[in-house]
Design a protein around this ligand. Sequence first.
Ligand SMILES: NC(=O)c1ccc[n+]([C@@H]2O[C@H](COP(=O)([O-])OP(=O)(O)OC[C@H]3O[C@@H](n4cnc5c(N)ncnc54)[C@H](OP(=O)(O)O)[C@@H]3O)[C@@H](O)[C@H]2O)c1
Length: 257
Amino acid sequence: MYTPSFRLDGKTAIITGAGRGIGRALSIGLAQAGAEVVLLSRTLKDLEEVANLIKSQGGKAHVMSVDVTDRSQIYNCIKHVKETIGKIDILINNAGINIRSSATEVTDEEWSAIMDTNLKSAFMMSQEVGRIMKEQESGGSILSVSSVAGHVALRTGVAYAASKAALIQMTKVLALEWGDHNIRVNSIGPWYFETPLTEQLLANEEYLNDILAVTPLKRVGQLDELVGPAIFFVSDAGSYVTGQTLFVDGGMTIQGF
Ligand SMILES: NC(=O)c1ccc[n+]([C@@H]2O[C@H](COP(=O)([O-])OP(=O)(O)OC[C@H]3O[C@@H](n4cnc5c(N)ncnc54)[C@H](OP(=O)(O)O)[C@@H]3O)[C@@H](O)[C@H]2O)c1
């Protein structure tokens, strides 16, 4: 009775940015936990590689090329998933970008690209999926991949930081608005993990040492270390948890200085 279920059998999960890095890891992890996964990004080739791996392990995966900054592409995608699979239990808003311009140099185009990809896309996806989850008696669970950069000030660029801080606040407001429909909305905030987004930075020894100096666990994260926290939030194990952000950060955000 007191052992919660971390399994996702019978659940349908949509994951954005599923072709590489964190999204790829979460897709494989959710599929291994039993979910039927729908993988989205703009690059079909990446998605097919992930889907083939999942299928080779006995899982169920579908791929769709979707630019998550485009409302009509999102609308058509969600409509298609609803019509073909019938329900959507889990949404992972993971797609994101960064352009590391300093505050005096960042252009309007860079600001818009970052905000649209990291924040507006997560809102549009949540809104389209949330409408369907509201109609479902079983509700649903939405998890966004925010960042430590949305909580403490880092030299990651002001637009990126602002987009992730807003994503954390959006998580709370959606949790508040949709709680009575049993839709839980949460976020995980990674510190540094090795992905195509960060590989150049982490290859710089001086930068890496700066990171490790403020990381109590003294290492960057491995991608599979995000899977457990994500599954906790979207499974029945997290059934009374909503509006929260969990920093998966090797202890980075606990320090006074
Ligand atoms: N890696 C880290 O250390 C770290 C730390 C904190 C937070 N995060 C966050 O974690 C998330 C994933 O990061 P990552 O490191 O895994 O990045 P990544 O390796 O660059 O992968 C990003 C994924 O998002 C997709 N994507 C980007 N723009 C898109 C768009 N407009 N429409 C659809 N898909 C799009 C990419 O596919 P296409 O380009 O093919 O569309 C790709 O599959 C991001 O939100 C990032 O901010 C990462």
